[in-house]
Design a protein. Structure first.
Lengths: 132, 420
């Protein structure tokens, strides 16, 4: 009986951990409905290397709640390196680092109403372009 | 009596009903008013948030950033005028990067620094206005950091960004040992073009050719050096009406070689001095000095996997166009720096060397035109992402030239640098 209970607790703990990491790993990149981007261009947008999509000026925004996941998964870089990159970009090219939003709701609201906006959230919302 | 009571009851009941109805209507109105106020506040808040988001997205306002540093230096050089010891204040450099709409932007950088003569100098480091046509073409005009190599535009006054305390001496500012014009007034086109898996990055520029300002009295440099000159960049115009032109073109790798950039750079133009205007008894070789500066070189940079490997080479093939030492003269300057980060610690090592032909008027006229070799060993510690402490040991050897004797000395420099 004790063994069964222990097995159940272990299985439940593993399942919980697995579900948590799956949530942490899910990052959905979204863009304003009128902005077309490919998944391969997302990295360049958030490094300040790509500033335009056609004639539209891109406005990337960061999401404080999802940034760690996004940097690890999409950018393959640490927060310090990302920040350092923008310091250099601002100094050499006069570019502004992406504005930081507090969470999904703020990012979605900004992306919906801002032409050229690109952000990332934890799940796919409606009314925006999902970058795949 | 019964009727009176009935009437009274009816009146009371009607009154009660009316009163209740009256109260019910007041509540409803009250609720409606509250809802209306709430809606108005929500709209106002939304507008405020929208405005703030718009502002922070960089499409309005003036983002202000800057760098500053302080430190301590000591050395074994007997020439204290050239290499003072003790605590020092470095520079305070602000840079503003306003944007005006989607394509127009500017970089304004006032810099306040302590000169070797112990004065405070205010300099307009950069005043450049740009227009981005696309990701592949941005055109700048004004005063900018001359885009040769990697260091000059990558770090410049941003001491907190560079790993080491000192710049390679030959790439330092014009009045601090540099042998090239670190600034230029003119036009500059820059951009990146996707090519294969990486990108071709380019800079092409043209601007006023610098002048070598001779014999400017400066108590911080020796009497001998005061008969020599310093590059000045011609902010008000070009004294010989011949533009200086240059390029810097490279390839940024991706994939397995992410972080590697290989570039070639060049700079060409006539450089005059103003010896006749300021000094009457110069050696004949310095009179009416005009040199065609012709520089070609390259850089290799690797910034990935916690490594920082920087190297730049500058080959000179300058032609004297006046004075007694006519002809073409070859010189070179180079450095290589390697650093590796271990969390917040970055130890680094740098070798730098110049071999500058003293028959070349361009170098013979400059106070900083003496050949030298220097090795630096240091460590940087990041207190946080915006500040760093650095400790650096240097071993410098300068060759003799003219009446200036050879010398060698060791130095130690500590720097506390911040960026904001």
């Amino acid at each position: 009986m004790k063994v069964t209970i222990l097995r159940f607790i272990s299985a439940a703990t593993l399942a919980l951990l697995a579900s948590q990491s799956a949530v942490a790993g899910d990052v959905v990149v979204i863009a304003n409905a009128g902005t077309n981007l490919s998944a391969g261009e997302v990295r360049d947008v958030f490094l300040g290397e790509k500033q335009f999509a056609g004639s539209i000026k891109l406005v990337p925004v960061d999401n404080a709640a999802q940034q760690e996941s996004f940097l690890a998964k999409m950018m393959q870089m640490s927060s310090a390196k990302y920040s350092g990159n923008w310091t250099k970009k601002a100094f050499r090219d006069g570019l502004a680092a992406p504005a930081m939003k507090s969470g999904d709701a703020e990012v979605i609201e900004f992306v919906k109403r801002t032409k050229g906006a690109v952000g990332y959230v934890s799940s796919s919302p409606s009314g925006v372009n999902i970058i795949k | 009596m019964t009727n009176k009571r009935s009437v009274s009851a009816i009146l009371f009941g009607t009154g009660l009903f009316m009163t209740t109805s009256a109260f019910a209507e007041t509540d409803a109105e009250h609720m409606a008013r509250l809802e209306s106020k709430l809606d108005a506040m929500q709209t106002e808040l939304s507008q405020m948030t929208s405005g703030m988001a718009h502002h922070s997205a960089g499409s309005a306002g003036i983002p202000l950033h800057g760098f500053s540093d302080i430190g301590f230096a000591s050395n074994t050089d007997s020439d204290l005028a050239s290499n003072p010891k003790g605590f020092f204040v470095g520079s305070l450099s602000f840079y503003l990067a306003p944007t005006f709409g989607d394509r127009v932007k500017a970089l304004i950088e006032p810099n306040i620094e302590v000169t070797p003569a112990d004065d405070i100098a205010v300099d307009l480091e950069r005043a450049q206005f740009g227009y981005s046509f696309s990701d592949t073409v941005t055109l700048w005009g004004g005063r900018f950091h001359t885009p040769y190599g990697y260091w000059n535009t990558g770090f410049h006054h941003g001491g907190q960004m560079q790993t080491s305390v000192m710049r390679p001496r030959f790439l330092d500012f014009e009045d601090k040992g540099g042998i090239l014009p670190a600034h230029m007034v003119g036009v500059w086109g820059a951009g990146k073009i996707k090519a294969g898996t990486g990108k071709v990055a380019y800079d092409v520029y043209a601007g006023n050719g610098p002048t070598i300002a001779m014999g400017v009295p400066d108590p911080a440099i020796s009497a001998t050096a005061q008969t020599l000159g310093t590059l000045t960049i011609g902010q008000a115009g070009d004294n010989n009406h011949q533009a200086m032109t240059g390029f810097n073109m490279g390839y940024e790798f991706s994939g397995n070689f992410e972080g590697l950039k290989l570039s070639a750079h060049g700079l060409q133009g006539d450089v005059d001095d103003n010896s006749n205007a300021t000094i009457t008894s110069l050696p004949s070789k310095l009179a009416n000095n005009k040199t065609e500066l012709s520089m070609l070189g390259g850089s290799a940079v690797y910034l990935e996997n916690d490594w920082e490997i920087l190297s730049e080479y500058y080959g000179f093939n300058n032609t004297n166009k006046s004075g007694s030492n006519t002809g073409t003269h070859k010189s070179w300057a180079a450095y290589a720096q390697v650093g590796k980060s271990f969390d917040d610690w970055t130890p680094y090592l740098r070798f730098e060397k110049t071999v500058l032909d003293q028959n070349d008027n361009y170098f013979a006229s400059q106070a900083s035109g003496q050949s030298y070799a220097r090795q630096s060993l240091g460590v940087r510690y990041n207190l946080n992402p915006n500040s760093a402490l650095k400790f650096e040991l240097l071993d410098s050897k300068f060759e003799a030239r003219g009446t200036t004797a050879a010398k060698s000395f060791n130095s130690v420099v500590v720097q506390y640098a911040i960026g904001f």
